[in-house]
Every structure is written in structure tokens, then in C-alpha cells.
Design a protein around this ligand. Structure first.
Ligand code: SF4
Ligand code: ZN
Length: 314
């Protein structure tokens, strides 16, 4: 039996990047400490917050909801509102919703659900049929629609924060993608949180110091229901390939993901010392949401898909 390096009980996880084998209790404690550390470093959750938590039934958001539930109790005067955005992916999200519902019931929350069908008029299954050969990649539509759905839900619930389950893997992937696309101007725009803008609820990422596979281990250790299936449209994206690349590197050189994450955080801090003047947000001519151009991406995509759908009928 491999022993937990901290307490001597049977180890169930191996943290190769720091050469530690841990039992489920010590691992759970470590995971929660990391979330508290992120909270201390970035002031993510404070008294008086009303937080919409984006849940999906997957491991990251199930771990997120549970740790935030515990934190809210400890901090006091923090309201948690779970919201699930249903993309409309048959055989995938409908199964995950059941797990999200189970977790919410266990913790005593009502699960609020909004769907792409209601917010943009197309389910993801329909988007994939309608988009045609010159359309965007699946996750490009989906990412924009999800961001919009969650933000709108947070506005509707009058929440001052929107918590999402992005973990250390997500942040290091985004950083790598920014570098590979020479989009260094984006480096100051993501990370542990976004700034608050009119019409855009501040997004916080309490799992920024936790690896993706640790979120699954945490769900196991805390006996949380979660769905492990993979989205059938996932393998189209640049993110998917960046993820695979980083997973392979991590396998060979344990610790590279955290190294990349901390490089990102240091560079971001330096860049923030000399902020570049940002162009103020404009209002989308169609829906009035904040956007950088004449129309927001959501409206642009909805128009594109609607005209493709109409053209296919005639
Ligand atoms: Fe949407 Fe892409 Fe995630 Fe599937 S993998 S749910 S298409 S963002
Ligand atoms: Zn718009």
C-alpha cells in the first residue's frame, strides 16, 4: 500500500508535480486550501456577494459549486445561485443535467436552467446542422452563446459576481493559445477575474490554482455527483489540441502546467502596472449588450445561422 505522505493512511492520488501521494482526506484539504489561497490572492468572494455559479454537471463546476457552498457558509452573507446553460446536445448535456440536479438537491439549491434554444433560438445540435462548410468551429459558437447566457442570467438574478469552473488547465491553455496566435493584447483580459463593466457581470474563477484532473479527484473524495462524458463536438477546437499538447508535456515533465500558469500570472501583473488605455465598450446595435464593434458576436452568429437556415429552406 502506498501511504499518504501527510497522515500515513492509504494514498489514492499521486501529485507528480510535487512528488506527493495523498489520501482522499488530505487531498480534499489541499484542494480547498488552494481555493482559499486563490480567494486571498485575488479577493474573489466577499461578504455581501450574490453569486451566480455556472454549473454543467461536469467535474469542474460540481467541485466549484461544492467549495463555494462551503466558503459561503464560512464567510457568511454570501448568496449562491446555481445556473446551468443547456446547449441542447442530445446524449450529452441532458445526462449531465441530471448530475447537476442531484448535486443541487444534495446541497439544498434550486437548479436554474436557461437554454440556447431560448436565448439564441438554436440548440447546438441545430447549429451543427445549419452552420455549413464555411461556418465557425463548434466551440466558437458555443463559447459565445454560453458566455452570453450566463451573463444574462447573472444580470437577471441581480448577481454582482458570476463564478465559473475554469481551472489551472484552462488558464494555461488560454495563455498558450494567446501566444501561439500572437494575441498578447489579450493577456490582461483573462485570469482569476474580469473587471466589472456596465452590462457585464464580473466573472470570477476560484479554481484557478486547481488542475482539471484534481477537480475530478475532488468530486470523488467529496462524493459529489458529476458526469464524465465528453461533448461530441469537442475535438474540433484549437483549444482541444492545445489541451492535448499540454497534457502530453505534463505527462513527460510534471509541473509544466503550473509553471505556465505562474508565468502567465507574473507577466499579467507586470503588464497591469502600465495599463494601455482600453477603448470603451460600445452597445450592440441589435441587443444593446456591451461589445467591441457595431454588433456583438452573439447577434452576429445568430444572424449568420438564421440566414443559412432560411436559405436552406428556399
Ligand atoms: Fe460547447 Fe465546445 Fe464545450 Fe461542446 S466542447 S459544450 S461545443 S464549448
Ligand atoms: Zn448583440
Amino acid at each position: 500500500m502506498v501511504e499518504c505522505i501527510r497522515c500515513g493512511k492509504e494514498a489514492v492520488v499521486e501529485l507528480r508535480y510535487c512528488k506527493e501521494d495523498l489520501c482522499q482526506y488530505c487531498f480534499k484539504e489541499l484542494f480547498e486550501k488552494r481555493v482559499w489561497k486563490a480567494n486571498k490572492d485575488f479577493s474573489l468572494v466577499t461578504r455581501g456577494d450574490r453569486i451566480v455559479v455556472g454549473v454543467s454537471g461536469g467535474k469542474d463546476s460540481s467541485a466549484l459549486l461544492f467549495v463555494l457552498h462551503k466558503m459561503a457558509k464560512k464567510i457568511g452573507d454570501v448568496e449562491i445561485i446555481p445556473v446551468l446553460v443547456n446547449e441542447g446536445i442530445e446524449g450529452y448535456r441532458n445526462k449531465a443535467i441530471e448530475k447537476a440536479r442531484e448535486l443541487c438537491e444534495k446541497l439544498g439549491y434550486e437548479l436554474n436552467i436557461v437554454s440556447y434554444k431560448e436565448t439564441v433560438g438554436f440548440s447546438m445540435d441545430e447549429v451543427m446542422k445549419v452552420r455549413g462548410p464555411n461556418g465557425h468551429k463548434s466551440c466558437t459558437y458555443c463559447g459565445v452563446f454560453r458566455k452570453n447566457g450566463l451573463n444574462q442570467a447573472a444580470l437577471d438574478f441581480k448577481a454582482n459576481k458570476l463564478a465559473i469552473g475554469h481551472n489551472a488547465d484552462d488558464t494555461s491553455q488560454t495563455f498558450l493559445m494567446n501566444l501561439l496566435r500572437n494575441e498578447t493584447h489579450r493577456i490582461t483580459k483573462f485570469g482569476s477575474q474580469t473587471s466589472e463593466e456596465e452590462g457585464l457581470v464580473k466573472r470570477i474563477k476560484p479554481l484557478i490554482y486547481c488542475l482539471e484532473k484534481e477537480c475530478a479527484w475532488y468530486c470523488e473524495a467529496a462524493e459529489l455527483p458529476y458526469y464524465l462524458g465528453e461533448c461530441p463536438y469537442a475535438n474540433e477546437s484549437f483549444r482541444g489540441e492545445s489541451k492535448e499538447f499540454l497534457n502530453e508535456l505534463e505527462e513527460k515533465y510534471p509541473g509544466v502546467k503550473f509553471n505556465l500558469l505562474h508565468s502567465f500570472l507574473s507577466i499579467q501583473e507586470e503588464l497591469k502596472k502600465n495599463p494601455v488605455e482600453e477603448k470603451p465598450f460600445l452597445k450592440c446595435a441589435s441587443c444593446g449588450n456591451p461589445c467591441a464593434g457595431v454588433k456583438c458576436k452573439k447577434c452576429e452568429f445568430v444572424e449568420e445561422l438564421t440566414s443559412k437556415k432560411n436559405a436552406s429552406k428556399s
